[in-house]
Design a protein around this ligand. Sequence first.
Ligand SMILES: Cc1cc2nc3c(=O)[nH]c(=O)nc-3n(C[C@H](O)[C@H](O)[C@H](O)COP(=O)(O)OP(=O)(O)OC[C@H]3O[C@@H](n4cnc5c(N)ncnc54)[C@H](O)[C@@H]3O)c2cc1C
Length: 382
Amino acid sequence: MVSKRRILVIGGGIGGLTAGVALGRKDVDVTVVEIKPDNTVAGVGINIPGNALRALRRLDLLDDTVNHGYTFDRVDFHDSASVHLATVPSKLGIDGVPANCAIQRRDLAQLLEKACIDSGVDIRYGTTVETVTPAATGVRATLTDGTSDTFDLVVAFDGIRSSQRKRIFGVEPVHTGYSVWRVALPRHTAVTSNMYFQGMGTKAGLFPLNEKTMYLLHVTPEPGNPRHEREQFFELLQTRLDGYTGLIGDLAAGLVPTDDIVYAPIEEVFLGGTWYRDGVLVLGDAAHAMAPHRTQGAAMAIEDAVALGEVMSRPGAVTDLVGEFQERRFGRCKMIQDASKNILLSEMNTTDQDSLDRQIEFLKNDLVRVAHQVDDELNTAF
Ligand SMILES: Cc1cc2nc3c(=O)[nH]c(=O)nc-3n(C[C@H](O)[C@H](O)[C@H](O)COP(=O)(O)OP(=O)(O)OC[C@H]3O[C@@H](n4cnc5c(N)ncnc54)[C@H](O)[C@@H]3O)c2cc1C
């Protein structure tokens, strides 16, 4: 009898839990170790675009995701006074999936965890790896729960600050010079899809998360990546929203002090060569964290996980399969990382009236065409 393939996944975030389901459903023996003591997640909400919804459908998780979320099929762009500039209908809603589904991060984490458990995945919270070393057959991992075992493959889905990536490749994330502020608010009735508002050198946005909740985001230049104290978040966010009128101006004026403001530097990671060395495959944000401007970071982690499950269900040497896997994923992740960065830079390089006017003209005249080129790429098989 052929023994089951054994895979250790480091990190039980969006990618790691999806990998648990994808591998568990393919009869792989999967252990997921998550350093946090439980499945609580920081952050507000997240948009799952159509390409990732199609990936989740391959795991029978589409209905569950959509039932917890808020689907929408377009993005609207405005100026800082809420004057409408452009509507970008998404082309991602093909093959019977919605174009987008916004969902609370907590709901997504819970449904992925449940699917892991139903697929026989061994999830260990409050646990990480102490050592990972190549062995005669596979990789030997010692865990902080006192156990050690040999695996055919270790997959590092340990996020943007990945200690495995740092250990193996010595690569650290790079701050783009910009950061994003987010806060959940009661959903305004006008917010039925993602809405963006181009300011001078900044951009605000509103995302519906479900019938009752939306979140406000604000992307701002934060040169030098300063560390702001949590107690200052409210005041700093309000100050940075000065200059917006219309809907954003009204929401900014109505903000009340809260501890629930999330501040995140926008950082990128790209592993330019192989993602695999000495038995460890680095995936998700650990390999290709990107600006959130096409809402594709988690989407790429989900696609990585689903593709991994499919590749690892086949017979063959793990090193060959990993090569094939990276072939499938590398160009696509690089394409969307570059596209996201280009949007960030074009929105932020609006620091005087001339450059702002050029950006407004771009939004009015060219945005739909450029966005659809990227959608067309994302609609191809991965
Ligand atoms: C402001 C903002 C908005 C975003 N919006 C979107 C969006 O709308 N749509 C979208 O697709 N993406 C979005 N993203 C990106 C998305 O959040 C990430 O791309 C996604 O979470 C990456 O998944 P991951 O599993 O690779 O990493 P994570 O989800 O970060 O998970 C990593 C996990 O590993 C655990 N871990 C870390 N170190 C260890 C260790 N040593 N041992 C064990 N466990 C460990 C962590 O606790 C964590 O649970 C956004 C990002 C930002 C910053």
